[in-house]
Write a protein that binds this ligand. Structure first.
Ligand code: ADP
Ligand code: ADP
Length: 228
């Protein structure tokens, strides 16, 4: 589903963030990228949705070289959730979730109906939360809206960059449980960045363990933890 072939990223200031990465993520698989700050996880993610371009190597999405996919089309194929989800402050929760499909051509009423379903799916009752504004939500609720919004275009791939990193541990635990169920239900292919090995183990079908700019181990949680 996602394939990296000898991908490197050197930033303009000479920093090599990612060095000769090759790996493959299967359809429906949830892969966690774990490692200390600065080891290249976010750079890896941003190259998948073309927020940055690799300096070398190629990335394939379902066999298509992503450098040849139109960026608008890419947004239908890849959803993106970051640590501090940036919601539109002057739009309601429902409209925040419905905006992208609407921009992509879905009729507004239909986009809003679908948005209500998605809010339900991520554990926010649309009747209670749909007409609220982002500032009226807790951090964890905002992250849920971020997940709903990323799902709105029904992309087969989700990129999640520490999506639950800024919420308190109890809420994070809930979000992890619900996200796992959601991912199993929807069958999305997920790349999930975390610096928390427990989160990586709990969520990942496989774990990519990063060292400086490289993946040092790419295996199941049991293998990474050294179980027999
Ligand atoms: P992680 O997500 O694992 O914390 P990043 O991919 O954000 O790591 O960063 C990898 C390395 O690239 C770090 O050394 C970081 O400082 C550097 N880096 C990230 N973005 C830029 C940039 N825009 N310009 C220069 N260096 C950068
Ligand atoms: P904001 O709403 O503040 O723009 P987002 O969290 O939606 O913040 O996105 C952060 C950045 O990533 C923005 O520049 C946005 O355009 C971009 N982005 C969001 N989703 C995608 C995607 N699926 N593919 C590519 N870029 C995306």
């Amino acid at each position: 589903m996602i394939r990296f072939e000898h991908v490197s990223k050197r930033y303009a200031d000479g920093t090599t963030a990612v060095d000769d990465l090759s790996f493959e993520v299967n359809a429906g698989e949830l892969v966690t990228l774990v490692g200390p700050s600065g080891c290249g996880k976010t750079t890896t993610m941003k190259m998948v949705n073309r927020l940055i371009e690799p300096s070398a190597g190629r990335i394939f999405l379902d066999g298509d070289d992503i450098s040849e996919i139109d960026p608008v089309k890419l947004r239908r194929r890849i959803g993106y959730v970051i640590q501090q989800v940036g919601l539109f402050p002057h739009k309601t929760v429902l409209d925040n979730t419905a905006t992208v499909p609407h921009l992509l051509g879905v009729r507004r009423a239909e986009a809003r109906a679908r948005a209500a379903e998605l809010l339900d799916l991520v554990g926010l009752d649309p009747k209670v939360f749909g007409e609220r504004y982002p500032e009226q939500l807790s951090g964890g609720q905002r992250q849920r809206v971020g997940v709903a919004r990323a799902l709105a275009a029904d992309p087969p791939v989700l990129l999640m960059d520490e999506p639950f990193g800024a919420v308190d541990p109890v809420v994070r635990d809930h979000l992890q449980t619900e996200f796992l169920r959601l991912q199993r239900t929807l069958g999305k292919t997920v790349l999930f960045v975390t610096h928390d090995i427990e989160e990586a183990v709990r969520l990942g079908d496989r774990i990519a363990v990063y060292g400086q700019g490289r993946i040092e181990q790419f295996d199941t949680p049991a293998a990474v933890l050294g179980a027999p």
